[in-house]
Design a protein around this ligand. Structure first.
Ligand code: GLN
Length: 277
């Protein structure tokens, strides 16, 4: 099933859920008599930047989590975006994506400045980030990895002394490389959109970053391979300016659980990932 089909199915099941929710609350009685009067505008109590719109900040591209997609309702798709689109649909909100710097997003600067309601950028939940950010419940388990040319003599992190390695600025991959490959020549790039071309152009000899993204490159181009994985036990969460979006944070957690319960999460997940890839 294509990502687009999945999105449509997810939207349909979101609508079904809404209908079910509207009809619930009585023993099959008339829904109109059980409601509490006129419904407020969607998201009215969520303190959104713009009424009826969920504005999300993301650093694009970071495949398969966020990519540009002219066919998608927001202009972007990917695991994070499709999941957030389903959440927005369930909340009756339109989803808008702003493409921003990951470093400023993970530090809290972008969200505290009020540029977006939520960060959706394959962001690992860390204690350091919690100083400035609140996170949703985890929605994806991840790990780090090392990607090199298929004919490289680099076989793992132990071979990186003196070698040029790309990392993304402000990421857990950068921190992992600094801590575990102190002799490597690290170059920090703004994102995968710069790192992957740099590796392909031979400007660097390796990329150390989140495994699913390196895996995407390995699958797309057999001239590159992952030589080592690092079990960092990372979990991605949606991010919010600390203490400022608690109602939205709760609503997102509620909808995340609903999407897990009704199978939509699994449908979106399996449209991007298989068990062993
Ligand atoms: N998961 C990594 C982190 O949070 C990388 C995220 C990203 O580059 N978008 O640091």
């Amino acid at each position: 099933m294509s990502a687009r089909q999945i999105r449509l199915a997810a939207a349909a099941s979101g609508a079904a859920l809404l209908l079910a929710a509207c009809g619930a609350g009585s023993d099959g009685g008339d829904a109109e008599t059980t409601g509490g009067g006129a419904e407020p505008a969607a998201g009215a109590d969520l303190e959104l930047i713009q009424d009826g719109v969920l504005t999300a900040c993301s650093e694009v591209p970071f495949p398969p989590f966020e990519v540009e997609d002219a066919d998608a309702p927001s202009g972007y798709s990917g695991f994070d975006i499709d999941l957030l689109q389903a959440i927005a649909d369930n909340l009756g909100l339109e989803l808008t994506i702003a493409d921003v710097s990951f470093d400023a997003l993970q530090s809290g600067t972008t969200l505290v400045a009020g540029q977006c309601d939520i960060g959706a950028s394959a962001m690992t939940i860390t204690d350091e980030r919690k100083a400035n950010l609140d996170f949703s419940d985890p929605y994806y388990d991840s790990l780090q990895s090392l990607l090199v040319a298929a004919d490289s003599d680099i076989t793992g992190i132990a071979d990186l002394a003196g070698r040029s390695v790309a990392v993304q600025q402000g990421t857990t991959g950068e921190a992992y490389a600094e801590a575990n490959a102190p002799e490597a020549k690290l170059t920090a790039y703004p994102g995968d959109g710069e790192m992957w071309p740099a590796l392909q152009a031979g400007q660097v000899e390796a990329i150390l970053q989140d495994w699913p993204v390196n895996r995407e490159h390995e699958l797309a181009d057999p001239d590159y391979k992952i030589v080592e994985q690092f079990e960092t036990d990372e979990q991605y969460g949606f991010a919010f300016a600390k203490g400022e979006k608690t109602a939205l944070q709760e609503a997102v957690n509620t909808e995340l659980q609903a999407l897990r319960d009704d199978g939509t999460y699994d449908e979106i997940y399996s449209s991007y990932f298989t068990d062993n890839s």
